[in-house]
Design a protein around this ligand. Structure first.
Ligand code: AMP
Length: 396
């Protein structure tokens, strides 16, 4: 495996898969440039070595060829400003003009290719299309973790055209370093905190973690499937009735493997799914009919926090309650704070998967945990399988 950091890009043209899938307003201004800023260290390293960079990305979900609102040209001003370089643009990601523009690149120059998904071949993982992209450059750098779970042309297939010259950029490298600490070399005690809506979407992760963790904390909507499976009264709370056996099975397996499963003991219930609902705290297995549990309550928070604070490795995916409503965000907030305290005491904490990242950001605690994954679906798949097509393609 080539180490991106020590590799010299002098005189080389590097084609870099970045994630510039950023939100745009109606006038096509970038409204959140986090993903662009996150890619800068990788691009700048290539340029400062004396190389040139050809950047490729998708933007949105174009259905049938080019669409103005999905053109990557809209991000040029933001990208040029951050890089301090006038970025050139290829209005078609393949074809004669892209070839001409990329071969004319001088050291320190940057070319942005038009949206890859204007070609169906991108998502199909078409080899011919991947080869046309590959022909534009000497070296391939993948730095888009969020799409590494897709075997698309630019994220996976292209790697085969660079058998000796493929590598990860800084972003993917730091994701992999973080994941290594929770999947392969966790310091013990190791606690996984899982929440979110459904147990069915997390089952493979739970099974994979069962061999690694000491404690498994379960909150969020999915806790009620466990509570009901054990005979508890859950009122009108979210539940997956066809997964009750699965929940019991998980509990049995945990017992067998010596994993300590922690379920909430109390819950904040509401008489409707609304921030304005009437609410009160009850035991988690004694919810009156017509009421629904929307957060974990104080006794649960205390139990969970104690375990989290005594851990050396913590993985968190999925909110403890309906954190989007302030009235039911407290459980998620307290768990995040316990993670922050554990981190301050030397634990390694990783937060990942769409909603948990949104939660930790909205609580302003992102800087107080060790690592916040940008992965979303890619992170969840990595936790399930321990690998991703885009990662494997570069490692092989
Ligand atoms: P997930 O994408 O599976 O991580 O689920 C995240 C969603 O689960 C968030 O939108 C939360 O509002 C929701 N959620 C968490 N706790 C509950 C609950 N007790 N009842 C209903 N939805 C919940």
């Amino acid at each position: 495996m080539i180490n991106f950091d020590t590799y010299s890009f002098a005189g080389k043209r590097a084609i870099v898969r970045v994630d510039f899938n950023v939100p745009l307003d109606k006038a096509f201004n970038v409204t959140d440039d986090n993903r662009i800023r996150a890619a800068l260290p990788t691009i700048k390293k290539i340029l400062s070595d004396g190389g040139s960079a050809i950047l490729m990305s998708h933007l949105g979900r174009p259905k049938d060829g080019p669409e103005e609102k999905f053109s990557l040209k809209h991000i040029l001003p933001t990208l040029s400003k951050h890089l301090g370089v006038e970025v050139k643009f290829a209005p078609d990601c393949i074809g004669a003009e892209a070839v001409q523009l990329s071969s004319a690149l001088k050291p320190g120059e940057v070319l942005l290719l038009e949206n890859l998904r204007f070609y169906k071949e991108e998502e199909k993982g078409d080899e011919g299309f991947a080869q046309k992209l590959a022909n534009l450059a000497d070296v391939y750098v993948n730095d888009a973790f969020g799409t590494a779970h897709r075997a698309h042309a630019s994220t996976t297939i292209i790697a085969k055209f660079f058998p000796q010259n493929k590598m990860f950029g800084y972003l993917i490298q730091s994701e992999l370093n973080g994941l290594e600490k929770v999947l392969h070399k966790p310091q013990k005690p190791y606690t996984a905190v899982l929440g979110g809506a459904k147990v069915s979407t997390k089952i493979t992760i739970i099974e994979n973690l069962m061999d690694k963790v000491d404690n498994l904390i379960i909150g969020g909507g999915m806790m009620f499937t466990f509570i009901k499976a054990q005979g508890g009264k859950i009122g009108s709370s979210m539940v997956e009735d066809d997964k009750l056996d699965m929940a019991l099975d998980i509990m049995a397996k945990a017992k067998q493997k010596g994993v300590n499963i922690l379920l909430p003991v109390d819950t904040v219930i509401a008489d409707s799914f609304s921030n304005e609902a009437n609410s009160k705290v009850v035991r988690v297995d004694d919810i009156p009919e017509g009421w629904l549990g929307l957060d974990i309550a104080q006794d649960s928070v205390e139990q969970f926090s104690k375990v989290i604070e005594n851990s050396k490795t913590i993985l968190w995916n999925g909110p403890m309650g309906v954190f989007e409503m302030p009235k039911f965000a407290e459980g998620t907030k307290q768990v995040a704070k316990a993670m922050a305290r554990a981190t301050a005491n030397g634990a390694f904490s990783l937060v990942g998967g769409g909603d948990s990242v949104a939660a930790i950001n909205s609580l302003g605690l992102a800087d107080e945990v060790s690592y916040v994954s940008t992965g979303g679906g890619a992170l969840l798949e990595y936790l399930e399988n321990g690998d991703l097509p885009g990662i494997k393609a570069v490692r092989e």
